[in-house]
Design a protein around this ligand. Structure first.
Ligand SMILES: [Zn+2]
Ligand SMILES: [Zn+2]
Length: 81
């Protein structure tokens, strides 16, 4: 289990908030494409779903809320992840 844990930490490069089923392909909640392991991703702190980091930042500049759960997200908070 130790190996799996460190692997997850390296690929995500962000704090994992809540639980995420890594057996499902992670789809970006902005563009709906699969997020590859080497791509930077962030998670919505409310619904826990992933997005490409750049896509969510661009989305929040315009919309200011999560595209999945519609909770307001602060772009500054997302940048910290
Ligand atoms: Zn995307
Ligand atoms: Zn959300």
């Amino acid at each position: 289990m130790q190996e799996a844990h460190s692997y997850r930490f390296i690929i995500s490069d962000v704090k994992v908030i809540g639980t995420w089923d890594f057996t499902k392909p992670a789809r970006c909640i902005v563009c709906n494409l699969k997020i590859r392991e080497e791509e930077k991703k962030v998670y919505c702190p409310f619904c826990g779903l992933p997005a490409h980091r750049d896509h969510l930042l661009e989305w929040l500049k315009i919309k200011g809320f999560c595209p999945n759960c519609s909770k307001p997200l602060d772009i500054k908070e997302v940048r910290k992840w």
